[in-house]
Design a protein around this ligand. Structure first.
Ligand code: GTR
Length: 409
């Protein structure tokens, strides 16, 4: 039996059980298998061989060609960015919560396109303070009952609203399934049939996949943030875990209004480098077998050939430069490939250097609970499993603090 296949069988819900390995075995694998990556596509050499030595060359030549490559081959083209018909309304009356420390808003985003209309809601917790609050926007790819929790009945660590507000940040969450359900036939629902004739037209090979659609949702929340005087639209971080972590990177790369992207345990097709030997980690062949609909159709062509492709994921992270990026891994998350995530962060760094900034300041893959946060890329490894925890949030907020998001600017 094909071993990789057994690891990625769907359970009909869009969620796939992650393969289970014992911790000592995984740590041993990570140490033994993660050799220094070889033949990694060169970030600062354009496809025509031109060396990229300045910020101007990066912005005029290299960044656009990389963006075009990732769009055409991996995440797909959007039929629309901000739709002409877009409006916001209160989904519920505002409420004071957290013993008077925060205002809770529930907002409905309504949009329309050539083939119909759609809507989704999000929840915002805004600290009561005089200055506009910087924001952490969570792309929630989990069940809302379990993780999103607009009524704060469960108080899960996945979205620790009280802690975030307690540190002076506003936080907003929306559920990806409200943009489009996370399943193969989700393309006939949510945002897709509003902007495409999904019944009559064949899906274009480079047409947007679901990660791009979810990230589009994050940008529509950003549209609202720009209208809200209680919020500081210049300091908004988009955060996500796993499929949400891939989405957070896509959101940040395609929408420069996001000042920071936090990609937690995003792994394959997110922050993990493909040019690294981590046999227990997910590969393109695994991901397209189960989650083809997350990507454009062209991406399937790279299954088992990702190392022959002229780009790798560090170059996608580099498209965030000169803005802030947080990459995070968990020690027991071999499927996401922690060392591959660290290497991608490291190899993306030269893009920041073109701006006279540091990317990831690090001498090597760190031990757990030792965040590397001196440059514009933050990396941390957390002890434990595939999750988003208060410790991860603490690292993200520490990093934003370091960059003056809360102090007088
Ligand atoms: C896995 C998938 C990963 C990751 C994860 C998740 O099954 O293979 O790429 O996205 O789901 O979202 O938890």
């Amino acid at each position: 039996m094909d071993k990789s296949k057994s690891m990625t069988q769907g359970n009909g819900t869009g969620n796939v059980p992650r393969p289970k390995f014992a911790l000592p075995f995984l740590l041993c694998c990570a140490t033994l298998c993660a050799a220094v990556p070889e033949d990694v596509p060169e970030l600062l050499t354009a496809f025509n061989g031109e060396k990229i030595a300045s910020r101007e060359q990066w912005e005029s030549t290299r960044a656009p060609e990389l963006l075009e490559e990732f769009t055409r081959e991996e995440y797909g083209r959007r039929p629309v960015e901000r739709p002409e018909s877009l409006s916001f309304e209160a989904a519920e009356p505002d409420r004071t919560v957290m013993d008077g420390k925060a205002l809770r808003k529930r907002i409905r985003v309504k949009y329309a396109g050539p083939y119909g209309k759609g809507s989704f809601s999000f929840t915002a917790f805004i600290p009561r303070q005089s200055a506009p609050a910087p924001v952490f926007l969570l792309v929630c790819g989990r069940d809302p009952e379990e993780k999103h929790d607009p009524d704060r009945m469960l108080r899960k660590g996945f979205w620790p609203t009280d802690e975030i507000v307690g540190r002076g940040y506003a936080t907003i969450a929306f559920c990806t399934r409200d943009i489009s359900p996370d399943r193969q036939h989700g393309r006939t629902l949510g945002v897709f049939p509003v902007f495409e004739d999904v019944e009559k037209q064949y899906r274009a090979k480079d047409g947007w996949g679901m990660l791009s659609a979810w990230a589009w949702g994050a940008s529509r929340v950003m549209d609202w943030i720009e209208t809200e005087k209680l919020l500081d639209a210049k300091h908004v971080a988009v955060v996500g875990q796993s499929r949400g972590g891939k989405t957070a990177l896509v959101a940040g790369v395609y929408d420069k209004r996001f000042a920071m992207a936090c990609s937690n345990d995003s792994g394959c097709s997110g922050a993990k480098l493909n040019h690294i030997d981590l046999p227990k980690s997910e590969h393109v062949a695994n991901i397209v077998r189960t989650f083809q609909y997350w990507f454009c159709l062209n991406y399937t062509m790279h299954a088992n050939k990702e190392r022959e492709w002229r780009v790798d994921q560090h170059e996608f992270i580099a498209l965030m430069a000169p803005r802030l990026v947080c990459i995070a891994s968990a020690s027991e998350d071999a499927w996401a490939g922690p060392e591959g995530e660290w290497w991608a962060a490291k190899l993306a760094s030269p893009a920041w250097e073109l701006y006279g900034l540091n990317g990831l300041v690090s001498t090597g893959f760190p031990p757990p609970e030792t965040p590397q946060q001196e440059g514009c890329i933050s990396y941390h490894l957390r002890t434990g499993k595939h999750a988003l925890t208060p410790y991860d949030w603490k690292c993200y907020m520490d990093f934003a603090d370091r960059h003056g998001w809360r102090s007088p600017r």
